[in-house]
Design a protein around this ligand. Sequence first.
Ligand code: BYC
Length: 322
Amino acid sequence: MVPVQTEVPAEAPELAERFEAVVAAEQRIEPRDWMPEAYRATLIRQIAQHAHSEIIGMQPEGNWLTRAPSLRRKAILLAKAQDEAGHGLYLYAAAETLGVDRGDLTERLISGRQKYSSIFNYPTLNYADVGVIGWLVDGAAICNQVPLCRCSYGPYARAMVRICKEESFHQRQGYELLMTLMRGTEAQRRMVQDAVDRWWWPSLMMFGPSDGDSPNTARSMAWRIKRHTNDELRQRFVDMTVPQAEHLGVTLPDPELRWNEERGGWDFGEPDWTELQQVIKGNGPCNEQRVSVRKAAHENGAWVREAAAEYARKQKEREHDV
Ligand code: BYC
């Protein structure tokens, strides 16, 4: 195990001891507390990547807003996309408590210097994809994110509590949409199966590389930022999802999927790790499109930021005048 502490401030070694004690006691590190620079950098990396994922994650489903088949479905999808914008904002706010600026983080995203989740680089080809994203992608997000509510950094842990509550609704709306389609026509059932076939493996890849190839896990677990390894959470997701697939009446596209009596869990096949690396490097089916849409939205919003800054300046000026 990597030691929790990586550096000790020469002028005040007791600060490092306090940091270690707080983490070991399952209490929270707060923005005012001393923390190792590497701990700060790891949190900024993970929280920013998480925030970017929420914002970019609005695009694949957003593409279906104008084509949702009824007013009810449109309203649900719109509310879900708005929730994701909200999650992005809580997370950028949590990152800002670590001394970074949200504008800089956005610049790092659109210039390709910071990552976002691989899952949002796949296209949404039919309306059943909206349901499958809710069921599988939000389901994977819940498995990954519920433990983050116990993360050692207070602002991140607290943001995750609300995010997870909303994610549970997202997952249910996806499952309900799919149940409706499965009760429909043969063509609708084929649409659902097609969407499941395309999203299953990318959903497993959301949990990151296998533990042997995950450079950050050991240290993040020692610091209690991550509470489980990537493979542990992937297994949890598979175990949770297989009975749901049976209930829905779809087949998961993995011939190696079978119940392991001894382990009390499902054995499953190996995701294509080369594909994950390619998508992370920017070579997935939609990487270019996702980043360029985000960049255009940022540039088109420049006047709003300028107006807000000017308004704040005038308010301050008035306060001085009084
Ligand atoms: N995609 O050492 P590892 C959502 C990177 S939002 C892209 O295991 P770590 C939702 C990783 O960053 C979903 N990159 O890393 C939103 C690292 O690169 P760097 C997002 C990935 O951090 C809207 C390198 O590979 N969720 O669910 O210990 C609608 C080595 O990996 C991926 C979060 O962000 C990937 N899949 O573990 C619906 C949750 N996997 O940075 C749903 C918070 C790995 O060293 N984040 N990489 O250059 C985490 O839990 C962790 O950061 C991860 C990765 C498990 C993702």
